[in-house]
Design a protein around this ligand. Sequence first.
Ligand SMILES: Cc1cc2nc3c(=O)[nH]c(=O)nc-3n(C[C@H](O)[C@H](O)[C@H](O)COP(=O)(O)OP(=O)(O)OC[C@H]3O[C@@H](n4cnc5c(N)ncnc54)[C@H](O)[C@@H]3O)c2cc1C
Length: 383
Amino acid sequence: MPDNPRTYDYIIAGAGAAGLSLLCYLLEQEPLRNKRILLLDRDAKQTNDRTWCFWQTEESPFESCLKSKWSALYFHSPTFSRLLDISPYQYKMLDSLAFYQHCLGLLKKHPNVEFRQEDIVRVEPNGVVHGKQGVYQAQYVFNSAFFKIKKLPKKHYMVQHFKGIFIKTAKPAFNPAEPTLMDFRVEQHHDCRFMYVLPTNAHEALVEYTGFSETELPQEAYDRELKAYLRDFLHLTEYEITHEESGIIPMTDAPFPKKLSEKVINIGTAGGATKASTGYTFSFIQRQCSAIARNLAQGKEPLAGKGAGFNKFGLYDSIFLRVLLEKKQEPRQVFHDLFSKLPAPLILKFLNEETSFWEDFRIMNAVEKSIFLPAALKESLHV
Ligand SMILES: Cc1cc2nc3c(=O)[nH]c(=O)nc-3n(C[C@H](O)[C@H](O)[C@H](O)COP(=O)(O)OP(=O)(O)OC[C@H]3O[C@@H](n4cnc5c(N)ncnc54)[C@H](O)[C@@H]3O)c2cc1C
């Protein structure tokens, strides 16, 4: 045991989407409001390093940080193009800097919360956190800074990789009410690739080139495809790039342990919040962190009620990853089948893991059975 570690009730190791969401949910709970909380991150969280999108029917606690929201989304495949009504959902775009500022702004009202910009060296199972400048200890440590993806047999490993550019045009070029969730009319290169276009006004949009595959692409491939798409589909050759972002998000059914010990709880991507089949994480982080805060406020263990029972959505993700990896059917055909045959809100509900068995059946009925049934059988038998 190190000499006199500084002690707290909770340490939040990693002040990104999950760490800061958890902070907000903890401070919302009356019994937790005066807990001594330490936030540790190597980064000051003062830059707009990513844009989070998610969909929900209710108001978000971060509604004031939204850059835009929409109630319809375009889907395009080579043979189907439609603006799809997604109500009661709204598709929301959150600027990470606004989110960081909102969450860190709470520190002014809560002197019991401390933020230290510091590299974390390691987190021990007994709740001791070694930073570059100090040693800290808490009743619970919530870790989103460290995770390892284990390579296991019979698990599927892909990544969602993308580059997005924020562009600005002199002349009006976009309809801000008509974003594009997926445009599969682009060359697939025997892979699964699509464009994503989120206009925030008539002159500005985020245009993103995304792939689901085993590895990412060389940087120039994203730039080439973005330029070609803007020219060929949006008829834009003159625009200013005001900001860029890129990312690689794990898409795997390999397990992410929910805790390192009774005292060290993993949250965010580290805690399995990234949906294996889509890479969407933000909504699942909200569910995970609000449940932890509720449990703590009721005097329960942070993960109380999180049973290890059968997770049907985990099985669906594994089947989907297998279908994408085996490529017995062109991957974009799967999305075409879903979006051309089913109401968009049902698909969004399914991807948010909110559907009933009957609704799941409607989803399964829309995809190619000669592809999905053998994949489902193999996944169920673990072969
Ligand atoms: C560019 C980008 C765009 C994305 N867009 C979406 C989206 O639209 N919708 C969606 O649902 N998901 C999206 N994701 C996926 C996911 O929501 C994000 O990755 C999200 O930030 C994950 O939250 P997290 O808290 O687990 O990790 P992070 O937000 O990455 O937070 C981890 C924190 O730990 C800190 N840290 C790491 N190591 C150390 C260390 N050794 N010492 C100190 N600090 C450390 C980091 O600085 C960071 O602040 C996106 C991801 C990226 C990269």
